[in-house]
Design a protein around this ligand. Structure first.
Ligand SMILES: Cc1cc2nc3c(=O)[nH]c(=O)nc-3n(C[C@H](O)[C@H](O)[C@H](O)COP(=O)(O)O)c2cc1C
Ligand SMILES: [Mn+2]
Length: 411
């Protein structure tokens, strides 16, 4: 992911993003002038509209067929072949704002696929709005572009934030967009393959099962259908795909990138957060481990509730909160702290709310329980009246002394 996004460390990106969100407010003329280049740079990242591009080298308007692409069936019980790295472009029929999300596509035949946007995602919202108006929703699917653009389709951006602006920011230059042939949408001009088409209102078909990134098959369910009316592609188009399954698989590295890039943004809203680990085995919506700089009674709970109210973090089934000195990236240390520090009667928070669509253990789809574990040190002001023991740490004096005398000890 570092190679793909051309950075030495993924944390760099989040910090760079903060720079743009926190433009120092210029107080005098000189500062105002200094701030100008930064504002100009943001404008530099807006998508650019171009008249043509490599994705238009070959154009099929009649007799379109997906069969020319090597679309994979991955796991034995998959319901068929799936397009696994699509960038799905739509516009909100009410506001006209653009969205690009990665939602897998179950191939039904040469010209139709499923459209697996979960109900909580922006594409699904556009489709709901189109249904309300009784209108078709135009959809363009770009497959293969540069890595920053493809990653952006997976990024949990707030609704209404253009993924193509974000991609421009990531790659430090505007994404070039080109108009589709048959619909009123734009796609990255450098795409390998573009599928143009529409989703009809009130039309559903069984989608799945699909061996998913949870390590289980996601169950069959009804989703809208995508009808393809035109296909364009590069002359020697390369069809990209990803394999998901029991973690760790390829998507884990994409998701870990998101953990790092968005941490500074989360901290901006919840400044007491020190670090977050979404362990890959927790498949991202199951487990979050969070360290906080605890400042007042009940603080750990406040952080849980805040995360349960924040974008795609809100689907997290279990949140473990530890003190700032705990290394959340070290699972051994986290288990040691949880074991020692909690009274299950007191420190487990159970709430209910929306869950990820891939959640399979809740009684009702996409709705159920969530658990918070407050594994921080308990305070008198929280009603803990006993003495809290110190943890064992060797003194620096003794360490220095022993280090000096290894030879004498015979080592
Ligand atoms: C390989 C891969 C496949 C994904 N498949 C789906 C999917 O089928 N449905 C879905 O709702 N989200 C899927 N996601 C997650 C979305 O891409 C992600 O939540 C994104 O933020 C959605 O964009 P949106 O907020 O604009 O809707 C997938 C992510 C990856 C990396
Ligand atoms: Mn979006």
């Amino acid at each position: 992911m570092k190679l793909a996004l051309e950075v030495d460390s993924l944390d760099e990106i989040g910090l760079r993003m903060l720079e743009f969100l926190e433009p120092e407010i210029p107080t005098n003329l000189i500062d105002k002038l200094k701030a100008l280049p930064k504002l100009k740079r943001l404008a530099d990242f807006l998508p650019k509209y171009v008249n043509s591009g490599p994705c238009k080298e070959v154009i099929f308007k009649d007799n379109v067929s997906l069969n020319v692409f090597p679309i994979l069936k991955t796991w034995p019980d998959d319901g068929g072949r799936f397009i696994t790295l699509p960038m799905v472009f739509t516009k909100d029929p009410e506001t006209g704002s653009r969205n690009c999300g990665m939602y897998r596509m179950h191939v039904y035949d040469e010209r139709t696929t499923g459209m697996h946007w979960h109900m909580h995602k922006d594409g699904a919202k556009h489709y709901r709005n189109a249904e309300k108006l009784g209108k078709r929703l135009e959809v363009a699917v770009a497959i293969g572009s540069d890595p920053a653009v493809m990653y952006s389709a997976t990024a949990p951006l707030p609704e209404g934030v253009d993924e193509m602006l974000f991609a421009g920011f990531l790659r430090k230059s505007s994404v070039e967009l080109v108009k589709c042939e048959t619909i009123d949408l734009e796609v990255p001009a450098n795409s390998e393959i573009v599928l143009e088409g529409y989703c009809e209102p009130n039309e559903r078909r069984i989608e799945g099962p699909f061996g998913d990134h949870t390590g289980y098959y996601s169950l069959k369910d009804e989703f809208p259908m995508f009808h393809i009316t035109c296909i364009t592609h590069r002359k020697d188009a390369i069809y990209p795909a990803t394999i998901v399954g029991k973690p760790p698989m390829e998507d884990c590295y994409i998701a870990k990138t998101t953990e790092r890039i968005f941490l500074p943004l989360i901290k901006k809203q919840i400044p007491e957060i020190v670090d977050i680990n979404l362990p890959v085995e927790g498949v991202f919506h199951n487990i979050a481990i969070v360290s906080i700089d605890k400042r007042y009674p009940g603080h750990a709970r406040r952080v849980m509730y805040a995360l349960w109210g924040m974008g795609q973090m809100s689907f997290t089934k279990m949140i473990v909160v530890v003190d700032r000195w705990v290394d959340v990236q070290n699972p051994g240390e986290v288990i040691w702290r949880i074991g020692n520090n909690i009274d299950p009667k007191r420190d487990i928070v159970i709430v209910e709310g929306p869950l990820d669509v891939l959640e399979h253990a809740s009684d009702i789809p996409s709705y159920g329980g969530k658990m918070g574990i407050d594994a921080t040190k308990k305070w008198k002001s929280e009603g803990f009246l006993r003495e809290w023991p110190d943890e064992i740490v060797m003194s620096e004096d003794i360490k220095r002394l022993v280090n000096k005398r290894w030879k004498e000890y015979g080592f």
